[in-house]
Design a protein around this ligand. Sequence first.
Ligand code: NAP
Ligand code: ZN
Length: 369
Amino acid sequence: MQFKFYIPTKVFFGKDCIKEYKSELKNLGKKAMIVTGKSSGRMSGALADVINVCEEFKIDYMVHDRVENNPSLENVKDGGTVASSFKADFIIGIGGGSPLDAAKAIAVLAVNDINPLELFENVFRNKPLPVITIPTTAGTGSEVTQYSILTRKDIQTKMSFGNEHTFPEIAFLDAGYTESMPYDITVNTAIDTLSHAMEGYLGKRSTTASDLFAEKAIKIFGECVDGLIKNSLNFNDREKLLYASMLGGMTIAHTGTTIIHGIGYSFTYFKGVQHGKANGLTMAEYLRFNYDVSKSKTDNVLILLGIDGIDEFREVMDKLLQNDISLSEEEIRMFAANTMKLKSTANNIKDVTEEDIAVIIKNSLKERM
Ligand code: NAP
Ligand code: ZN
């Protein structure tokens, strides 16, 4: 048994945890840049709570609410310039994965005058500013990962960077902030969590330690799946999903993701499909493709979910998601080729070819083609 385990982020979990542990914000500096999206900070209530604490402690703050969904290099470069002219001491990211990932990139760019393409070299002369993360979706786990996933127009896909210095310093997880999510975002982000846990668990880099987190996250998804389908989640379920999301993040911080995410990036880039849904579309066929080399672990995933076989898994996913995307043969080939270029593809438990990926995509969409 051999593994390495490292999650340096200090986590506070629970209703009103920001108010309860507000003194944590005192020691990070006098100037805070709050990084969020157009609406998530305000709609969730998290922005108001953070502003109250900043005012109470006389922390000079600015609100940068210009993070786009699936942030681009240009978008985070703009944020980095704002942070450095404001002379921010630390960054507070509030939102779904997009603002949290942008916060991590901005923290690097604020103190390193580099072309954002150099982020992917993962070596930064100056240590990034400390980042506090406050998720308002329950899905990405970005609040506890080192990754920042950015849209790269130059290569028409998304790509992550991150090293041991890009983990957030502190994460505040309050499920109350996820209650304002619309139904589709609730479902899609929950599916992202399942994707992290499953890909981590079934991928080449899984370890005994990462499996502990992945198994629990999968089990929680199984407990919440009826509530997700029926749109009847209560606060307790939302807390469980936020907890699972954190566990999924802790899993992929060690294992990375695999081809589900790789293919999903093309669905997002070319078809504008939301991240979690982009993953959910191919999940059943991913399980089917890998089954012969990971039989016992796949069976365990299904047991943890309380689902009887891959066909039933596909039915459940079809109930959760609208499988409404159609692709031309040419698009399928391009998605497959793009997936093959990503490092994460090598993490898949079974070696894959471009043709294999094309078949997974085709089978995932076949009822519509
Ligand atoms: P998102 O792109 O952050 O947000 C999707 C939408 O939901 C946005 O319109 C957002 O509003 C809205 N929203 C968020 N929270 C809300 C709330 N509480 N109430 C109402 N609306 C809310 O979605 P996401 O799925 O959480 O994040 C996806 C991104 O995370 C992708 O770029 C993905 O690649 C990345 N990701 C990162 C990691 C990692 O480890 N770092 C892991 C997985 C995924 P706003 O427009 O106001 O933001
Ligand atoms: Zn994801």
